[in-house]
Ligand binder design. Structure first.
Ligand SMILES: [Zn+2]
Length: 326
């Protein structure tokens, strides 16, 4: 979930079923990591950090980062670590921590060549801060306790594997044919406005495509199974690049983002803008269709969503195993 105003959030929370499956995806990623942790040292450290916030599993803490996203004032039932987090970041809008808007044609996450798109508070940078904290390093510019770094890491490891949390289409309306309006090339995208990670692209079902990937496709991937059974199944999947990455753990989030971009490119190739919804609406939104057919689009992306949940959980476990090896 991203870029939702506090008012709309309040509205969504009243209809918790609308919101619940976004929660489900994160919980599954946490549970997959619970099953895949190998290092006894990592298991012990995770267990003792979880105890600080009365949690038992990574799945239990996977949604904390969304819960505190718009919170400025502690609530009566907040744990002491949540209160500490809100006090440490009193003015921070932590919504932008959950994503980065990269043109889908981007091949590397390189702040020096992508200054327009990369932010010091984007999802890759925040994940790096969390990994540093769990390695025992403290950064004066980014105060966070160990357990809060773990809660943020578990959540953002999920978000960074959702294609629309990393890829964003850039819109060039100067072309006559709306089918040509989505720009994926980073050089061309530099001067264009983006679609807010698909939040401004509306499917024939009237849903925005970002939400479909956050919620609907996760629900379809889980189907009639429980979250636990789904996590057990996904924890056994072996896909390329699942688990350990190259180099030091703090460099892994950038590699995760680049890998997710390959999925983002496929998704952007399989949608077309058909029209602008309104000439007066600000910010603009656009109508899109799925290619080659809605059914095939859905089928392909249910499979992709399952694979991304599996990868996210496996990579989360691998980073924790690497921070605290046996
Ligand atoms: Zn999030």
């Amino acid at each position: 979930m991203r870029r939702i105003s506090p008012l709309i959030l309040l509205f969504l929370c009243q209809y918790s079923h609308v919101f619940a499956y976004g929660v489900e995806g994160h919980r599954i990623v946490g549970k997959v990591a619970d099953f895949r942790l190998k290092s006894a040292h990592a298991k012990e450290n995770v267990r003792s950090l979880l105890l600080e916030v009365h949690a038992e599993s990574l799945g239990d803490i996977a949604n904390w980062a969304d819960e505190v996203k718009y919170q400025r004032v502690p609530k009566p039932d907040d744990d002491s670590e949540t209160i500490a987090f809100i006090n440490e970041h009193p003015k921070a809008d932590t919504g932008p921590w959950h994503y980065v808007d990269l043109p889908p044609g981007t091949k590397r996450y390189d702040p020096s060549t992508l200054p327009t798109f990369v932010r010091s508070n984007d999802i890759v940078h925040i994940l790096q801060h969390c990994i540093y904290r769990l390695q025992g390093k403290t950064e004066p510019d980014f105060p966070i306790s160990e357990v809060n770094a773990l809660r943020m890491l578990v959540h953002l490891a999920g978000d960074i594997h959702q294609p629309f949390h990393v890829a964003s289409g850039f819109i060039d309306e100067s072309q006559r044919d709306p089918a040509m309006w989505i720009v994926t090339d980073p050089v061309r995208a530099t001067k264009l406005h983006d679609d807010a990670g698909g939040n401004r692209l509306i499917l024939p079902s009237k849903k925005n495509i970002h939400m479909v990937f956050d919620v609907d496709l996760v629900r379809s991937a889980v189907g009639k199974f429980t979250d636990r059974d789904t996590a057990i199944k996904l924890s056994k999947i072996r896909v390329k690049n699942t688990g350990h990455m190259l180099g030091e753990p703090e460099t892994w989030p950038a590699q995760w983002a680049v890998d997710t971009l390959t999925e983002g490119r496929k998704v952007y190739k399989s949608i077309r803008i058909t029209s602008k919804r309104s000439e007066t609406e600000r910010p603009s939104r656009w109508n899109i269709v799925e290619l080659p057919t809605p059914e095939k689009f859905e089928q392909a992306n249910i499979i992709m969503t399952s694979r991304q949940l599996a990868k996210a959980g496996a990579r989360l476990a691998a980073v924790l195993d690497t921070i605290w090896p046996d």
